[in-house]
Design a protein around this ligand. Structure first.
Ligand SMILES: NC(=O)c1ccc[n+]([C@@H]2O[C@H](COP(=O)([O-])OP(=O)(O)OC[C@H]3O[C@@H](n4cnc5c(N)ncnc54)[C@H](O)[C@@H]3O)[C@@H](O)[C@H]2O)c1
Length: 360
């Protein structure tokens, strides 16, 4: 049996990861530790909440005592840290919470696992800690040099408070590996899309607004380029790196699927219009708005290392993934409404309050 402790498992990528592990057919146990911020939604995990292989703790990764108690009680072989404040725009409004959660929370978690896992001889047995990081730590690539890519050797050069906090956390993770021998791994992935993404992010926001005939706000000239990966492919990469990655290494995750924001928005308009058979959903809904401060121009991952060493490559072409994603959001309009109204935040009390679910 393989035991995982996942932090931030009620968020977008974390919940996809938890669901994919439990559906994998392997002998797994999954403990999910999530503070249930605005971005954590237990509805995402409703299908597994009674699964005896799954257990939820509502706890904060910054809480040393709570995290130590949970790790002692559950003794996971693997820790995968998804928990973070993840939205760049929010980091521009309130950088402090990004420093606190993304840096302080990560350092706290590293301390807790180090204490719990360290053996008398200084070794860490079969344990592994994986930090889920982002390509945004590398900064920005120029638009006029399409042959430039982020490689694992690219110096970190974050621009936003979000990416600065993630880069800082990466340095701490590496330091715990180098200094204490903690068996750490880091993945740096490009932009994800797919089911359960909070509709403040580009793709679900545009789908939602298009369905409602509301304006689709596009930053600046819309030419900023992101490298999109279907969330399931990211989850597969994380689990592969956890099992087969070389300890202490960084692996970039991405699939050479670069698109400008305006291209993404126009694709969504076309597909939502077709699927709802509604010609009123058209490009006239697009509104160019004031650019994001410090907006990175282009992200582009070179995934050569993970492909060569671990044989990973994405399985979902963008054309297929975006249709799947749009269909998921169209079929889950109530989920979108509850998430955007904040109503899902009462879900924990309704679903778990009477059951005395684990809280730390
Ligand atoms: N979304 C992307 O495109 C993308 C790409 C690359 C890397 N990442 C990284 O992947 C991870 C997950 O991203 P996401 O998009 O799923 O984020 P998300 O915002 O959807 O989810 C974050 C989760 O972390 C939880 N959380 C926040 N603060 C916490 C704390 N102090 N203690 C415990 N739990 C806490 C939230 O409740 C939520 O469930 C993040 O570390 C992010 O930096 C995201």
């Amino acid at each position: 049996m393989e035991s995982y402790l996942v932090t931030g498992g009620a968020g977008f990528i974390g919940s996809n990861f938890v669901l994919s592990l439990l559906a994998s057919g392997r002998d797994v146990r999954v403990v999910n530790v999530d503070a249930l911020t605005y971005a954590g939604n237990l509805e995402n995990l409703a299908s597994v909440e009674d699964d005896p292989r799954y257990r939820l703790y509502q706890a904060d990764i910054r809480d040393a005592r709570a995290m130590a108690e949970i790790i002692a009680a559950e003794n996971p072989r693997y820790v995968v840290n998804f928990a973070a404040e993840s939205h760049v725009d929010r980091s521009i409004e309130d950088p402090g919470i990004f420093e606190s959660t993304n840096v302080g929370g990560t350092v706290n978690l590293l301390n807790v696992v180090k204490s719990a896992w360290e053996e008398p001889d200084g070794g860490f047995g079969e344990h592994r800690y994986l930090q889920v990081s982002t390509d945004e730590v590398y900064g920005s690539l120029p638009l006029d040099d399409p042959s430039a890519y982020f490689r694992e050797t690219t110096p970190l050069s974050p621009h936003s408070p979000y990416s600065a906090s993630k880069a800082s956390a990466d340095f701490f993770v590496r330091a715990y590996g180098d200094t204490f021998g903690l068996p750490v791994l880091i993945t740096r992935c490009s932009n994800n899309y797919g089911p359960y993404q909070f509709p403040e992010k580009l793709i679900p926001l545009m789908i939602r607004n298009a369905c409602r005939h509301e304006p689709l706000p596009v930053y600046g000239d819309g030419l900023n380029v992101r490298d999109w990966l279907y969330v399931e492919d990211h989850c597969t990469a994380i689990d592969l790196v956890l099992h087969e990655g070389r300890i202490g290494e960084v692996y970039n995750v991405g699939g050479h699927n670069e698109r400008s924001n305006i291209e993404i928005v126009k694709t969504i308009i076309r597909l939502v219009s077709e699927r709802l058979d509604d010609p009123a959903i058209d490009d006239s809904l697009i509104r160019f708005v004031e650019d994001r401060k410090g907006h990175d121009r282009r992200y582009g991952i070179d995934p050569a290392k993970i492909t060569a060493e671990l044989g990973w490559s994405p399985e979902t072409p963008f054309e297929e993934g975006i249709v799947r994603t749009i269909d998921w959001y169209l079929a889950h309009a109530e989920w979108v409404e509850r998430v955007t109204s904040g109503a899902y935040q009462t879900y924990y009390e309704e679903m778990y309050g009477h059951r005395g679910a684990a809280r730390a």
